[in-house]
Design a binder for this molecule. Structure first.
Ligand code: CU
Length: 149
């Protein structure tokens, strides 16, 4: 008749206390690291997707096959402007503005897409055109004039 020492020892089976202690030390560190980078909570911006650049006074333009609308843009004063461009054509377009040391363009826009480019404009005249192959020659060009100076 033997009592069962096996079940006894199983109950008392000592946990590997040392390695557990190490884990408990590591855990708070991981929690602190997670808490440090809390990313949500500031959704007051409401989902605008500007890429960080400060937006300027909006100037709305449309790209069609093959023209800029409007063809001439007249601005009353120098300043920061954001050209908000929609591709209303049937093929890819973009808008480039060039002049007075500035040469900036939107992303290439698929039909129906829109994009924007923010530029600091001084008084003077700027060229507007679609930089995609051959489009400028087909009529996708215009002029932007900033008054004053
Ligand atoms: Cu184009």
């Amino acid at each position: 008749m033997r009592s069962s020492p096996q079940s006894d020892s199983r109950i008392r089976s000592p946990a590997p206390a040392v390695s557990r202690g190490v884990r408990y030390l590591l855990l708070p560190i991981a929690v602190l690291a997670l808490a440090g980078c809390g990313g949500d909570g500031d959704d007051s911006a409401g989902g605008t997707t500007t890429s960080g650049a400060a937006a300027g006074t909006p100037v709305t333009m449309s790209l069609v096959d093959y023209a800029l609308e409007p063809k001439t843009v007249q601005l009353d004063a120098a300043g920061t402007y954001t050209l908000q461009v929609t591709n209303d054509g049937q093929t890819q377009h973009a808008l480039e503005i060039e002049g007075n040391g500035i040469e900036e363009e939107t992303d290439t826009l698929s039909p129906g897409d829109s994009g924007e480019v923010t530029v600091e404009l001084t008084a003077g005249e700027y060229e507007l055109y679609c930089p995609i192959d051959g489009h400028r020659a087909n009529g996708m060009e215009g002029t932007l004039v900033v008054a004053g100076g």
